[in-house]
Write a protein that binds this ligand. Structure first.
Ligand code: GLC
Length: 365
């Protein structure tokens, strides 16, 4: 017996030696970190909750007023951009009057670079936690794919990986209630021109439909998903879609001094007084996109809008936020503010209190 036990320990040690070496420590390019593969995606279930299809117009009304949990899971690693999601955020958001959280997620930094492109189980568990907390607090939750930079640089080279990532996400969350909505890609641009993105969206939709035949999915245009972008697109032939666009105009006002926008220091000091011309521009932009949605029989969601708070004066920010939110609502456009607790924040995490002018502007108090 002792000899047998010894032999088994030796064999175990030898096979351990033949395993591939542990993945290297994270570097500045975390997307190249290999992740141990699992054979098939496990399904995440929540007891007592099942999927009941929702009409997309009804679902879009329910999305109502929302907020983006930005700068957390779409950073290369959560926390790297100063934001780690906390359990207490979810009841705070609900109690303030929001109905929805949109969760920007950089899946591409947490999955194998090579087939089968397995998503890290640990990262999946983190997203499970976010979804569970949102649903437990009566919030709808939009799961997106954010900052897939390799795809923007090389749409054809990354196509299979993109589809495989969504295959895993859709499989894992197939049993969750309709309050969980999928958004395949944030702000397509680069090599994803309108035509290329149109085909890729139809391909990813087909992948999602294998496991989620009736879940509502968010459709967006190319060219960074701005208000003009949907006009270059053909509405896919699928009854469970909601269209989206992002609104940051005038960009010189909303992005003044934004470190990630070249030349934006020159805009510091830009105000938004709400003059007749300024209001007319917003009305015009929203009328155009609302008309596209109406002509195409699709509900419309403004998945991001907001202003960077480092330099812009708070009175201008409050006026702009209020005007855009009300103008959207007047056209039946639901929305999600960009974002909760970082540079555009409606919540001040350091002081643990709401940024009242922005919150009041959003929730119409
Ligand atoms: C887009 C970008 C995000 C940025 C935001 C405001 O969502 O993906 O990184 O913070 O717009 O500029």
């Amino acid at each position: 017996m002792r000899i047998l036990a010894c032999l088994m320990i030796c064999l175990a040690a030898m096979s351990a030696c033949s395993l591939p070496p542990a993945p290297p420590a994270r570097t500045a390019r975390p997307t190249h970190t290999p992740v141990v593969s699992t054979s098939a995606t496990a399904t995440f279930k929540l007891s007592g909750r099942t999927f009941e299809p929702l009409d997309p117009f009804e679902q879009n009304r329910a999305l109502g007023r929302g907020v983006n949990l930005g700068n957390a899971l779409e950073a290369p690693v959560e926390g790297e951009w100063g934001m780690v999601l906390q359990e207490e955020f979810f009841p705070l958001i609900r109690q303030a009057g929001f109905a929805t959280v949109r969760v920007p997620i950089r899946w591409s930094a947490h999955a194998m670079r090579e087939p089968p492109y397995t998503i890290s189980p640990r990262f999946f568990q983190r997203v499970d936690w976010v979804i569970e907390n949102a649903l437990n607090n009566d919030l709808n939750v939009v799961i997106n794919m954010h900052h897939y930079e390799e795809l923007f640089r090389d749409a054809s080279g990354e196509r299979d990986r993109f589809l495989a990532l969504w295959d895993q996400i859709a499989t894992r969350y197939r049993d969750l209630p309709a309050e969980v909505v999928f958004e395949p890609l944030n702000e397509p641009h680069g090599t994803l021109t309108s035509g290329v993105w149109q085909r890729l969206f139809e391909d990813v939709l087909a992948v999602v439909r294998r496991t989620n035949p009736r879940r509502n999915v968010i459709f967006t245009g190319a060219n960074w998903g701005g208000p003009d972008s949907l006009r270059g697109m053909k509405r896919p032939d699928d009854p469970h879609l909601i269209a989206t666009f992002h609104y940051y105009l005038p960009f010189q006002f909303t992005h003044q001094g934004a470190e990630w926008v070249e030349g934006s220091n020159a805009w510091i000091g830009a105000t938004w007084k709400g003059t007749g011309n300024q209001r007319a521009q917003i009305d015009y932009d929203l009328d155009q996109v609302a008309r596209w949605a109406k002509d195409n029989g699709i509900p419309l969601w403004m998945g991001e809008f907001g202003s960077y708070g480092k330099y812009a004066d708070i009175e201008s920010r409050e006026r702009w936020t209020r005007y855009v939110a009300r103008a959207a609502e007047a056209r039946g456009i639901s929305w999600a503010y960009w974002e909760f607790g970082a540079g555009f924040g409606v919540y001040d995490r350091a002081r643990r209190q709401w940024n009242e002018p922005i919150l009041n502007a959003l929730i119409a108090r």
